[in-house]
Design a protein around this ligand. Sequence first.
Ligand SMILES: Cc1cc2nc3c(=O)[nH]c(=O)nc-3n(C[C@H](O)[C@H](O)[C@H](O)COP(=O)(O)OP(=O)(O)OC[C@H]3O[C@@H](n4cnc5c(N)ncnc54)[C@H](O)[C@@H]3O)c2cc1C
Length: 425
Amino acid sequence: MRRALRLKEYSLLSLLREAWRGNSGWRPAWRKAEPKPAYDVVIVGGGGHGLATAYYLAKEHGITNVAVLEKGWLGGGNVGRNTTIVRSNYLLSENQRFYEWSMKLWEGLSHELNYNVMFSQRGVLNLAHSPAQLDAYARRGNGMRLEGIDAELLSPAQIARLVPGLDVSRNTRFPIVGGLFQPRAGTARHDAVAWGYARAADRRGVDIIEHCEVTGFLIESGRVVGVRTTRGEIRAGKVGVAVAGSTSEVLRRASITDLPIETHVLQAFVSEGLKPWLDTVVTYGAGHFYISQSDKGGLVFGGDIDGYNSYAQRGNLPIVEDVAEIALTMFPGLARVRLLRSWGGIMDMTMDGSPIITTGPLPGLYLNAGWCYGGFKATPASGWCFAWTIAKDEAHALNAPFTLDRFCHGAVIDERGAGPVPWHH
Ligand SMILES: Cc1cc2nc3c(=O)[nH]c(=O)nc-3n(C[C@H](O)[C@H](O)[C@H](O)COP(=O)(O)OP(=O)(O)OC[C@H]3O[C@@H](n4cnc5c(N)ncnc54)[C@H](O)[C@@H]3O)c2cc1C
């Protein structure tokens, strides 16, 4: 009962109370925990996925003796660097089921965490530029509907009404012939997701330890029994790794060097603030580009990964040029809008473009990785499934296909049919 009351601490009443008290009564959203010598579960990586895993371990499985170890600060990784698009518009049923479960969790997340993650279901529109592409979208949309996921095929006239400012004329190099729209898709506030999960996990007893880098693994008789960190050794019954773009670098410290993952930089951009102008998310179909407008008014957009491997969280100019070109092709009216900021994050690109949520690759170790461009939308389902896998030592039906050994058996989940080429997914 007390715990339930504590969780309700963000409410209209508490806002009014603190308005009269000069905001002196707020507790920190999470404690600055000191590492203990041992935990039941240690999660490496305090991004969205690591924090969500800790939260669902505590909430769904009653495992609260958990530490999340983060080498930097919460929200400093991809969870705070992404363009926040949330969708479940996939073709393959493994992806449809997993991402739709994530969508359902998103729909209740602000209530669940008692933290406003600003989930805005403004719709995601994929543009088609040829009849063949529209056929492929129709097929994907029909597949989505068969799984109970919302999907609508739109004509150019409907698109023109939905997105004023978009060039729907026949005079462009790749004219728009239609589009696939998912109305329930949208965006969320990236750092609120990290902070919301952190706060809710902390309130259930999870220790969140920032500035604590995992530098090695304690391995006894072939089993992982803990981690070496910049703040000392920590023993653990189970160790879950959820470090996104750093996966290959971190697992190298457990002598695992043959992961089917490459790390690439993905850049994002935000313009100066504009009046409300774009109230949906639009993706280009003849190149890699996506754009939305944030609640502060900035246009948030991004494109392809940089074409070389890197662990540096900054990108290069060819992508900037590419992204700017597509933005102006789609929205010629943006020509005089100024860019405010750009940044990069490092992506763990798998050979089939799909993630890995699995036990192993060593006893006592559990792996959550391979999120490529699209792990933000997966955050709730990823944490939910990873917590299940850690707690029960087996995959849930939703993440059972996302094994590591699918790359040995050929059971790859190649949504785009692009083959083993990470930068094509
Ligand atoms: C520019 C950009 C745009 C994107 N756009 C979208 C989008 O629109 N929609 C979408 O769904 N996805 C998007 N993504 C992808 C998404 O952000 C990621 O897939 C997802 O955030 C990865 O999971 P995470 O949040 O746990 O990662 P992170 O936040 O990166 O968390 C991993 C954490 O591990 C920590 N770590 C690393 N090594 C160690 C160590 N040795 N010890 C301790 N901690 C360690 C890191 O510091 C980091 O905080 C985008 C990514 C980028 C970069």
